[in-house]
Design a protein around this ligand. Sequence first.
Ligand SMILES: Cc1cc2nc3c(=O)[nH]c(=O)nc-3n(C[C@H](O)[C@H](O)[C@H](O)COP(=O)(O)OP(=O)(O)OC[C@H]3O[C@@H](n4cnc5c(N)ncnc54)[C@H](O)[C@@H]3O)c2cc1C
Length: 397
Amino acid sequence: MHRRKFIQNMALLSLMSPFIKLNASTNKKIVVVGAGIIGASIAYELSNLGIKTILIDKYKAGSGTSGSSFNWINATYPKKPYSYNYIAQLGLKAFKDIQNDLNYDIQWNGSLEWANSKESQKELIDEVNKLMRYQTFTKHKIINHNKANILESNLNFRDNINIVHSEDDGVIDTNEFIKLLIDRINFNGSQVIEECEYKNIKYTNNTISSIITSKGEIAANQIVFACGIDTNKIFNKKLLKSPEPGIIIKSKPHKKIINKIIYGPGIHLYQQKDGRVIIGEQGLLERNDINKFSDYPSQFDSKLMENKYVNKIISIGKTFFNEIESLDINEVKIGWRPIPLDEKPIIGRLNYDKNIYIATMHSGITLGPIVGKLVAKELTQNKELSILDGFRPGRFL
Ligand SMILES: Cc1cc2nc3c(=O)[nH]c(=O)nc-3n(C[C@H](O)[C@H](O)[C@H](O)COP(=O)(O)OP(=O)(O)OC[C@H]3O[C@@H](n4cnc5c(N)ncnc54)[C@H](O)[C@@H]3O)c2cc1C
């Protein structure tokens, strides 16, 4: 059957189905709560394995942290310990597999990183040296400003002789990527329901039988919570620190001016395939401004405050990238990082109910596809993979 026709038929079928019956005919009824990159990757892998999965989100898919991320795929410092770095290395490989499967063109353009102050520069090189003592690591080279200028002629590296070139890094457009995952989930006969908020679990004879949502009841015998910064609220327990905000600026498409991911002093940036320049900052938001936010907004509610930070970012950027002033700023967002208390991913079943699974982490863009694969394997084969041993929720719950 033609692919588009198939998708239309699936959409029609699901419209006709009474809600409760959506999942009712299969043995495994898995509902994934949260359609950011983590939940969408898990549902994608499950649906590829032929498991009819329902992925729900209280808002639109990709509208949480994933939609306000810097989108850098990397396995660099300071991902510690080795088990965390290693899973990120596998993350890069998983992206290479998935890019073929989804026919998605990832920019594997590598990154350049350096600092201004002597102390920060020393810290950076120490971190790289630690990384290089791991059993395996992604490719890194230390290059000087002359070599760096061959790679990036529009940047001013001054006389820095210790610029870290991480050759394997890449970037995606996460919203575009999630959209492709969702198209495939639907194509595989699974279902994505937006604006559907998880409220509670219903048990029958002490076993999960469904979840209660804002749109009604959905049959389920296993639930995966991939709820990012909402994880504490869902479990009514502190598993994550207070979310840390970051500003992301996007320009309108611009002529090609940057080749790599640039992690410079104070700000970081790269250029998307369509010419948009994406800029992030490093800890610029002031605590008294953060305290004024309520409920983790994705945008500034005051133009005055927004301009204050855009101007700061531009003036920091000008110290090494003059062209930043010529960019036409199109969008300014605030993203909120889901950071577990010990900063390591939380992935696995709960000890008190093996049918409830959590997947929450920072660096979730890098880790999305590999976490999707590993979680789908654990859920379908009833396994506990040793590679995830250090990340189990049992350390908190
Ligand atoms: C500024 C910034 C820059 C970053 N840069 C990078 C980077 O370069 N590389 C990298 O690897 N990582 C980066 N990260 C981290 C990365 O973006 C996150 O780790 C990742 O997006 C988390 O994805 P997620 O799917 O877990 O969460 P989310 O994308 O937040 O998805 C969770 C979803 O759950 C939904 N949800 C919550 N509660 C409910 C409920 N009750 N019912 C239904 N749905 C619910 C939400 O609506 C949301 O859509 C960055 C983060 C920020 C903020």
